[in-house]
Design a protein around this ligand. Structure first.
Ligand SMILES: [Zn+2]
Length: 216
């Protein structure tokens, strides 16, 4: 399944969470970002998932995310240059926004870049009370080197994602953000289950592939 499709579903999950929880603008963005990023991260493992044949709407969505990443980077540089302020949270968020562009590429260089971003996020998580961020960083560091649709596409990875998101929820104090992120991650696995290759939800415990029975 294409990354743009996953991203679109993830944004829809985030929008649903916004509808349920909050109409506060900054919180709304966090819900949508959490679900959208979570819906992409399972495919940090695989080869390029954003093929050239993506729809116009998805392309717009994808470009918006990259634009957001660039704007956030500029804001970080401005804050530091002007006021000598360093924002660990904003830095981590920026790195997360950069991730989708790295997913475009494949190969050892791409994997190394993704791992470096993961290491930076893990490092930012060393600040007090941000262990959850280190957890996400370690996930991003390891994922590129795993077999495609392997460990990241399991119920265990989903569980880890939910537990890390709970740490994030405690820190941000935004109700239901953990469940929103987990729903974003789950939406990816469900969408992949609907494809012909299916998903090994219980790997490595069981190698059964779950997929739609009427598809080859
Ligand atoms: Zn996938």
């Amino acid at each position: 399944m294409k990354g743009s499709t996953h991203l679109a579903i993830g944004c829809a999950v985030g929008a649903a969470a916004v509808g349920y929880h909050s109409f506060n603008v900054s919180n709304s963005l966090v819900y949508i970002a959490a679900a959208a990023i979570s819906s992409l991260c399972p495919d940090l493992d695989g080869p390029s998932m954003l093929s050239s044949r993506i729809s116009k709407a998805s392309r717009t969505l994808y470009r918006s995310l990259i634009t957001l990443a660039v704007l956030m980077t500029l804001l970080l540089i401005y804050l530091y240059a002007q006021y000598r302020i360093f924002h660990p949270e904003l830095t981590a968020a920026t790195l997360c926004a950069i991730l989708p562009s790295l997913i475009l590429k494949e190969g050892v260089i791409r994997n190394t870049l993704v791992s470096l971003v993961g290491a930076a996020v893990a490092g930012a998580g060393l600040l007090p009370g941000m262990t959850w961020l280190s957890g996400f960083g370690i996930f991003v560091m390891i994922a590129p080197w795993l077999k495609h649709r392997g460990m990241t596409h399991t119920i265990w990875a989903l569980l880890i994602w939910y537990l890390l998101s709970q740490g994030m929820e405690r820190q941000l104090g935004i109700d239901g953000i953990a469940l929103t992120a987990a729903a974003g991650y789950a939406s990816h696995l469900v969408a992949d289950t609907l494809t012909s290759s299916g998903v090994k939800w219980l790997y490595p415990l069981s190698r059964i592939t779950f997929k739609l029975p009427f598809r080859r």
